[in-house]
Design a protein around this ligand. Structure first.
Ligand code: SF4
Ligand code: MG
Length: 336
């Protein structure tokens, strides 16, 4: 059985007034049924663009796409809008950081959750409404029969997030794309929503792509991790592998900039120096080289001239030797 989602050598670029932005530059990954792939990176790393492309939500006037996106073996990059329309909300659904991008203020929550069910399953209004109420119950909204009649503004932020999840899951999608779905929520509600997603995944068996800048959330949610930088994957592996023995200097930077459970509260975090590069004019060689404090350990000017590639399996796109990666992490990064 093949992958649920298979992305092969994807390139996405935009025409802007200032030139061509290479938002995604040669990206390959797979998502399996029932598993969660966590995509982590700073804003501008291409992680959201990748997923809008999967959903066909880019503006075709200004966007050039090369490569393959196979959903259940079906090629999406060449699919017609009508076909994509059939897939969205049905086979693939998305939840966003801000539920108000998905929920209209003018209709009741119940009606909006019911809508994709009517559209894709040809259900009657009545049947779809009952299913919407059932979904609201599943996502933990108390008294769902009554609350379904509310408008989004009558819901709290956490409840709106739950409603959006109900809408995303009502057609039992094979693939759920969650883009920073808990970033705007307080820590307690965030934990509840993450637990909810895990439970629903058990029940529905969907593959999930979980996009975040927060390695802590990834550690909790994902089976596999892909770290993105400047439109490329720089490291990937199982969550356990990547968190236990990260191999890429950028991943080390992400780890160092997150609070550690085992360190004293208030221990200073070490943010990665510098900013992500402009994708109008990406750096030569390794895109991380302008910010990397380890490039001197690689011989000559290789980091500046030669693009490091990512091998198919557990790998990081970095010119350091496997030995150097291990030693530097164990001796210099981990003890911080
Ligand atoms: Fe740093 Fe060079 Fe590795 Fe890039 S290839 S991450 S610049 S050491
Ligand atoms: Mg379906």
């Amino acid at each position: 059985e093949g992958s649920l989602l298979s992305v092969r050598d994807l390139h996405v670029s935009f025409k802007t007034e200032d030139g061509i932005v290479r938002a995604v530059d040669g990206l390959s990954f797979d998502v399996q049924r029932g598993r969660t792939l966590g995509i982590v990176g700073e804003s501008g790393s291409g992680k959201s663009v990748t997923n809008l492309t999967v959903l066909g939500l880019h503006n075709p006037m200004f966007t050039t796409i090369e490569g393959e996106i196979l959903l259940d073996g079906k090629e999406l990059t060449t699919a017609r809008e009508a076909e994509l329309e059939k897939l969205r909300g049905n086979k693939v659904a998305m939840i966003f950081q801000d539920p108000l991008t998905a929920l209209s203020p003018y209709y009741t929550v119940g009606r909006q959750i019911a809508e994709p069910y009517m559209k894709h399953n040809g259900a009657s209004k009545r049947v779809a409404w009952d299913r919407a109420v059932e979904m609201l119950g599943k996502v933990g909204i108390p008294n769902p029969k009554e609350r379904a009649k509310d408008y989004p503004h009558q819901f709290s932020g956490g409840m709106r997030q739950r409603a959006m999840i109900a809408m995303a899951l009502i057609c039992d999608p094979d693939l759920l794309i969650a883009d920073e779905p808990t970033t705007a929520l307080d820590v307690t509600v965030q934990a509840q929503i993450l637990d909810l997603l895990k439970d629903l995944q058990q029940e529905f068996g969907s593959g999930i792509v979980f996009i975040t800048h927060d390695l802590g959330v990834i550690a909790d949610m994902a089976d596999d991790i892909m770290v993105m930088y400047a439109g490329r994957a720089v490291e990937r592996g199982t969550t356990d592998e990547v968190l236990r023995s990260p191999q890429h200097p950028y991943t080390w930077g992400l780890l160092n900039s997150m609070p550690r459970l085992d360190s004293d509260l208030g221990a200073p975090l070490a943010p990665i120096p510098g900013a992500p590069p402009s994708l109008l004019n990406p750096p030569s060689g390794c895109p991380f080289h302008p910010r990397c404090t380890f490039r001197d350990r690689v011989g000559g000017s290789r980091c500046v001239t030669e693009r490091p590639l990512l091998a198919p399996d557990r790998a990081s796109a970095c010119h350091l030797t496997a030995d150097q990666k291990r030693t530097i992490f164990v001796e210099e990064i981990k003890p911080r």
